[in-house]
Write a protein that binds this ligand. Structure first.
Ligand SMILES: Nc1ncnc2c1ncn2[C@@H]1O[C@H](COP(=O)(O)OP(=O)(O)OP(=O)(O)O)[C@@H](O)[C@H]1O
Ligand SMILES: [Mg+2]
Length: 506
């Protein structure tokens, strides 16, 4: 696939523009979230954008992509100041933004999604042969494994992202902004994406990329910018920086080491969660036991059934066989309510669809699950309410003002923290956690790991599913490896990553 992208699809396109930001800023309701950002990105450059959750990274990309308008400073293309008031303006300037949440229409095909809004007839029934041919060529050149006519709903996350990239390429974009593109990808998809980004850049496309995986940025970026609390800390060549140095710049303080190990499970600790022979259309014969104070890690490739297992234990996905017990008591089947009543909590993978009420503040979301216990004859005691929420927010490091912001407007990482905080108010007996630190910055990640281990130490039985093997390995007492809907191997924490990966792939 190397460099063909350049010759065939972009031959007639212009060179990527030089982009210059001068004192760019943005405020919301009087609160400034981005201040005085000035930098230049040269054609074909890969520019890494780094910072803690809420630092302003997505805000900066959204300004370039026309999703929001800046309210200070100027953005110039090849020296000419541009007005980017809407996505259309950005597209006309050759800029595409691939956002944290993908913007595809699930029921429509790959082809339709790529050309959506570009076909002149209303329903898009008449697909011009040219579009088809162009897209087929693009897919071929980028080495994607995609069927033009497959509905987007049938695609994996990695493939859906490929569709977004195709959309950008088909428009002839010369600047592509990626907002945490690898946050939800498995290892293989991540490698493929990074390779494609390199190829695109080699062909002259400018890339601006946000990621919390610092190694990833160090491995791919020519230059980097670090933001902290809306301020530009540095913009510099990437060479000469390492993870530690970057973290220091991002956080501006010492960070606790990531590797905290779980305390040994007390001998004689009772089994709190027992799952016997659970099965449905996606998983089969899942059996596991987790003791008080124990953390069990669930690992496996994308689609191996990790999330499905957690959802089935929680009663959210229907099961046809098997049973779940908490503390020796059977939990009524297929009832989330019964699961919660028996002390099971789930922090789901998808905060948008499952975990949070987006129209309410972070504080409200945190208060929600435990509300009943603070109601006295229908009244909520406001003082207790605030104290309880503040304590939980404090523990996940959701800072002051952010607590009152609608969750839908929070940065991705702060949403994840809110999701977590709501279960700290009244710790559950059994804690199921799916991808605990997706989109969370490196300092917050260390903090969430600490909280998970504390929950276990306070007596919970914990099951953590994650696509980051390193994460599960450092957190768990034991690991269960899943493949095609079944548990295929178990390891203790002394196992090597290679052994575990072998079991997951075989
Ligand atoms: N519509 C809005 N109203 C109020 N505040 C907002 C709005 N959109 C964003 N913010 C705030 O702006 C700040 C920067 O958010 P941004 O999404 O740019 O962070 P980020 O660096 O991308 O973080 P993350 O790594 O968590 O994705 C955050 O404090 C966020 O809460
Ligand atoms: Mg963001």
């Amino acid at each position: 696939m190397q460099n063909q992208l350049d010759s065939s699809t972009q031959a007639s396109a212009v060179r990527a523009p030089q982009i210059r930001l001068d004192s760019v800023g943005k405020s919301y309701g009087g609160t400034s979230v981005l201040r005085d950002v000035s930098l230049t990105v040269e054609p074909g450059e890969i520019h890494g954008l780094l910072g803690e959750n809420g630092a302003g990274k997505s805000t900066l990309l959204k300004i370039l992509g026309g999703a929001i308008a800046s309210d200070a400073g100027t953005v110039s293309f090849n020296g000419t100041p541009a007005r980017i008031g809407a996505p259309r303006d950005a597209i006309d300037l050759g800029v595409s933004l691939i956002a944290q949440e993908l913007a595809l229409v699930p029921a429509r095909s790959v082809l339709e999604n790529v050309f959506l809004g570009r076909w002149s007839n209303t329903a898009g029934f008449v697909r011009s042969r040219k579009d088809r041919a162009q897209l087929a060529a693009l897919i071929e050149e980028s080495g994607f494994d995609l069927d033009l006519d497959a509905p987007v709903s049938s695609l994996s996350l990695g493939q859906a992202q490929q569709v977004e990239i195709l959309k950008a390429l088909a428009r002839g974009s010369k600047v592509i902004c990626f907002d945490e593109p690898t946050a939800a990808l498995g290892e293989a998809d991540t490698e493929n994406l990074l390779a494609l980004i390199r190829t695109l850049a080699a062909g002259g496309t400018t890339i601006i990329i946000v990621s919390h995986f610092l190694d990833e940025i160090l491995g791919i970026a020519d230059r980097i910018t670090v933001l902290r609390d809306g301020n530009q800390i540095i913009t510099d060549d990437a060479a000469g920086y390492d993870t530690e140095k970057l973290v220091g710049l991002m956080v501006g303080r010492q960070v606790e080491a990531l590797a905290r190990t779980p305390k040994p499970v007390e001998s004689g600790a009772p089994v709190l969660l027992s799952v016997q022979g659970l099965g449905n259309s996606k998983i089969s014969n899942i059996s596991l036991e987790v003791r008080r104070g124990e953390v069990l890690g669930l690992v496996g490739l994308m689609g191996s059934g990790r999330s499905e297992t957690l959802n089935a234990i929680f009663g959210g996905d229907r099961i046809s066989v098997g049973e779940v017990s908490v503390g020796g008591q059977k939990v009524r089947r297929n009832s989330v309510r019964a699961a919660i009543r028996s002390g099971i909590a789930l922090v789901p993978e998808s905060r948008k669809d499952q975990g949070l009420v987006l129209g309410r503040s972070a504080a409200d979301n945190i208060a929600l699950p435990s509300l009943h216990s603070r109601q006295l004859a229908g009244f909520i005691r406001m003082g207790t309410e605030r104290a309880v929420v503040d304590e939980a927010a404090e523990r996940v490091d959701i800072r002051g003002r952010v607590r009152q912001v609608e969750v839908g407007a929070l940065s991705g990482g702060n949403q994840q923290k809110a999701l977590f905080a709501k279960w700290l108010v009244e710790p559950p007996t059994v804690f199921l956690i799916d991808e605990p630190t997706r989109g969370v910055d490196i300092a917050a990640k260390a903090n969430i790991h600490k909280l998970i281990l504390e929950l276990a130490e306070r007596g919970a039985a914990v099951v953590v599913a994650s696509s980051e093997l390193e994460e599960v390995l450092s957190l768990s007492h034991r690991l269960a490896v899943m493949r095609q809907g079944s548990i295929v191997a178990e390891f203790d924490r002394s196992a090597s990553p290679d052994e575990i990966m072998a079991a997951a792939f075989l």
